[in-house]
Design a protein around this ligand. Structure first.
Ligand code: SF4
Length: 259
């Protein structure tokens, strides 16, 4: 039977929201993986957290589960442990997994749980109308930080690499072809894969112009060691590298649990 991922749900993201571009890349990646025989759609399940990103499960006809705020990762780990043959994907945001659920993120990386996480990073809590998150830059003004945030944001990629993540990548929502490539590689990875997708919130913190001249793609499949991977991923006010920073294979949490 031909694959039909369409649903009748009305898209309620703000018109022009880059989440729609992630949806296109994600859909194309699944279609390609299924059509090439790399993925069985009946064995595919996506979990979403709470946030604008979470609506993505309504717009694609796959098995899905919506978790409590910040609890997308333990939900994924539970599903994978209960049925290891499933391909378990997670959609989350910086509010959901850097602020609310940061402890789960670190432990998933440490365990090398065989789950694939995609973070829609818009640098704030968008669904609740723009409060500062753990990814908001210092000085960011919002309803909860009217004088500007006095906190530094997490630099999440070095933290995850140090914790033991075996696949770490970054993409940009506005580049659909590049995001599709990274999503496919992340889903194919055996072990914990982490992909941060920069997704400017055009309503509460539109940084599309900021990123326009700074993003660039790295070649290759990542560095050979963690120290080099951290250097590859390093972003600053002038440059934001995209691509796969690290990609190695190690025994997964579920393999070791079952053996
Ligand atoms: Fe997208 Fe921001 Fe609107 Fe949410 S609030 S749908 S992230 S533009």
């Amino acid at each position: 039977m031909p694959l039909n991922l369409s649903t009748t749900a009305k898209i309620t993201w703000c018109p022009g929201c880059p989440n729609s571009q992630i949806l296109v890349a994600y859909r194309q990646a699944i279609e390609e993986l299924v059509n090439s025989g790399s993925l069985k759609i009946e064995n595919f399940v996506v979990c979403a957290g709470i946030g604008c990103h979470g609506k993505i499960t309504d717009y694609l006809n796959t098995n899905s589960f919506t978790a409590l705020h910040g609890r997308v990762i333990p939900s994924m780990t539970g599903i994978k442990c209960a049925n290891p043959k499933l391909t378990v994907i997670g959609m989350s945001g910086d509010g959901d997994s850097y602020s609310e659920g940061i402890e789960h993120l670190m432990h998933a990386a440490r365990r090398n749980s065989d789950i694939k996480l995609f973070i829609h990073n818009n640098q704030l809590f968008a669904l609740t109308t723009g409060q500062a998150s753990a990814a908001s830059p210092k000085g960011f003004k919002s309803k909860t930080t009217p004088a500007g945030s006095i906190e530094e944001p997490f630099d999440i990629i070095p933290m995850l690499l140090s914790a033991g993540a075996t696949f770490v990548a970054r993409s940009y929502a506005g580049d659909i072809a590049g995001t599709k490539r990274v999503i496919e590689a992340a889903i194919k990875h055996k072990g914990f894969s982490f992909t941060e997708i920069i997704q400017p919130c055009i309503t509460f913190f539109d940084e599309r112009d900021y990123f326009k001249d700074k993003i660039f793609w790295l070649d290759g499949n990542g560095a050979e060691n963690i120290e080099e991977a951290i250097k590859l991923a390093k972003r600053d006010t002038n440059r934001v590298p995209l691509g796969i920073f690290y990609n190695v294979e190690k025994p997964t949490f579920e393999e070791q649990l079952i053996s």
